[in-house]
Design a protein around this ligand. Structure first.
Ligand SMILES: *Cc1c(COP(=O)(O)O)cnc(C)c1O
Length: 346
C-alpha cells in the first residue's frame, strides 16, 4: 500500500544541472557573471526583516514590472520562479483530466507539472529540425484542451518560433483555450522575426506570457518569475499562488536587478556574441546543431548523449544530457567556452 499517489511512481523526477566542485557548469542555462550590481546589498538589507512576512501582494515589484512593460499591475502575477507560475497557471486553468498541449522535447518541468496537477499531457513531437510543430500542436487541441504551452525559444533545443507562424497558430486556437508563451530566454533573442509575446499578442485575452529573472537577470537562486495575462487570468493565478511565495529577499533582489538593466543587457550581448562564436565552431564537428536564440545550444546526439556528457565531465565541464535525444550546453564565459571546445578538439 502506498501512502501517496501511486501514479507518481511512474513520473520522472526533475533533473537539475549537476554542480561538481571545481568543474565548469554549463548545465543550467545560468548567466556566468554573478548577481547584477546592487542585488547583494538589497538582499542583505531585506534579510534584516526576515522575522516578518513579506508583502503578499508583491505590490512594489508588480508595479515596477508593470511600468517597465507598459501594462497595468493587475495584469501581473509573480511567483517562486516561472516554473511555479506555470504550475499555478495549470491549477488555475485545468480541472482533473483537462488537457494541456505542449511540444516535446521541451522544458522537462511541463510533464511533471501536468501530472501533479492531474491535467492530461498531450505532447506534440518537434519537427526534424528540433522546432515546434505548430500545425500539429493546433491539430492536437480538442474540446478538453484548456492550455497550450509554446516555449519560445524552446528549452532545450534553442529553436524559436517566428512571428508569422505564431500569428497563424494563435488564429487557429479557440478563444476559450489559454496559450502560455514561455519566454524564459526572451532577453537572448536577436532575430527580429521572433516576436516579443507581450508586444505582439498582449491584446489577446487568452494569451499569457511567462518570464523569469532566473536567466538573463541572474537571480536563479532567489526564485522570481512573473506572468502577464489579461486581468481576469492574472487574478485567477494570484488566487491559486501559495501565499507569500515571493519572499522578501526575492522581491528586493528583483527590484535591484531591474534597476541594473544596462548591465544586464551588456552581459546578454557578451553571451550572444559567444553563442555565435561557439556554435559556429561546434558546427564544424556537429553540423546538425540547430539555430539557437537562447543562451544554450542543442547537440542532437541521440543515444550518444550520456556518453558525450561523461566525456565532458571527465574534462571538467558539466553539460546537460537528455539521453536518447541530445545534450544541452549553456554558453558560459569565453574561457569556459574554450574549455568546452577543447573537449571537442576545437
Ligand atoms: C529556466 C526556465 C524557466 C524559469 O525557471 P525559474 O527559475 O523557475 O523562473 C521557465 N521556463 C523554461 C523553459 C526555462 O528553461
Amino acid at each position: 500500500m502506498s501512502l501517496t499517489r501511486p501514479d507518481l511512481d511512474a513520473l520522472p523526477a526533475y533533473v537539475p544541472g549537476r554542480s561538481v566542485p571545481g568543474a565548469i557548469k554549463l548545465a543550467s542555462n545560468e548567466v556566468p557573471y554573478g548577481p547584477l550590481p546592487g542585488v547583494v546589498e538589497a538582499v542583505a538589507e531585506a534579510v534584516a526583516g526576515v522575522h516578518r512576512y513579506p508583502d503578499m501582494g508583491v505590490v512594489a515589484l508588480r508595479d515596477r514590472i508593470a511600468s517597465r512593460l507598459g501594462v497595468d499591475a493587475d495584469r501581473i502575477a509573480t511567483g517562486c520562479g516561472s516554473v511555479a507560475l506555470t504550475e499555478h497557471l495549470l491549477r488555475a486553468a485545468c480541472l482533473p483530466g483537462d488537457e494541456v498541449v505542449y511540444p516535446w522535447r521541451s522544458f522537462e518541468a511541463y510533464p511533471i507539472i501536468a501530472a501533479t496537477t492531474a491535467a492530461t499531457s498531450v505532447r506534440v513531437p518537434n519537427t526534424a529540425e528540433h522546432a515546434h510543430d505548430l500545425d500539429a500542436m493546433a491539430a492536437a487541441i480538442t474540446d478538453r484542451t484548456r492550455l497550450v504551452i509554446v516555449c519560445n525559444p524552446n528549452n532545450p533545443t534553442g529553436t524559436a518560433v517566428r512571428r508569422a507562424d505564431l500569428d497563424a497558430f494563435l488564429d487557429k486556437v479557440p478563444s476559450n483555450v489559454l496559450v502560455a508563451l514561455d519566454e524564459a530566454y526572451r532577453e537572448f533573442v536577436t532575430d527580429e522575426t521572433v516576436p516579443d509575446g507581450l508586444a505582439a499578442y498582449g491584446d489577446r485575452p487568452n494569451v499569457v506570457v511567462l518570464r523569469t529573472l532566473s536567466k538573463a537577470w541572474g537571480l536563479a537562486g532567489l526564485r522570481v518569475g512573473y506572468l502577464i495575462g489579461s486581468p481576469a487570468v492574472a487574478a485567477a493565478v494570484r488566487k491559486v499562488v501559495t501565499p507569500f511565495s515571493t519572499s522578501g529577499a526575492a522581491q528586493a533582489a528583483a527590484l535591484a536587478a531591474l534597476s541594473a538593466e544596462d548591465e544586464m543587457l551588456r552581459r546578454v550581448s557578451l553571451v550572444c556574441a559567444e553563442r555565435e562564436r561557439v556554435v559556429t565552431a561546434v558546427r564544424k564537428v556537429y553540423p546538425e546543431v540547430p539555430e539557437t536564440q537562447s543562451n544554450f545550444f542543442w547537440l542532437p546526439l541521440g543515444d550518444q548523449s550520456a556518453q558525450f556528457a561523461a566525456r565532458c565531465e571527465e574534462a571538467g565541464v558539466i553539460v546537460r544530457s537528455f539521453q536518447g535525444d541530445g545534450v544541452r550546453v549553456t554558453i558560459g564565459t569565453p574561457e569556459e567556452n574554450d574549455q568546452f571546445l577543447a573537449v571537442l578538439g576545437i
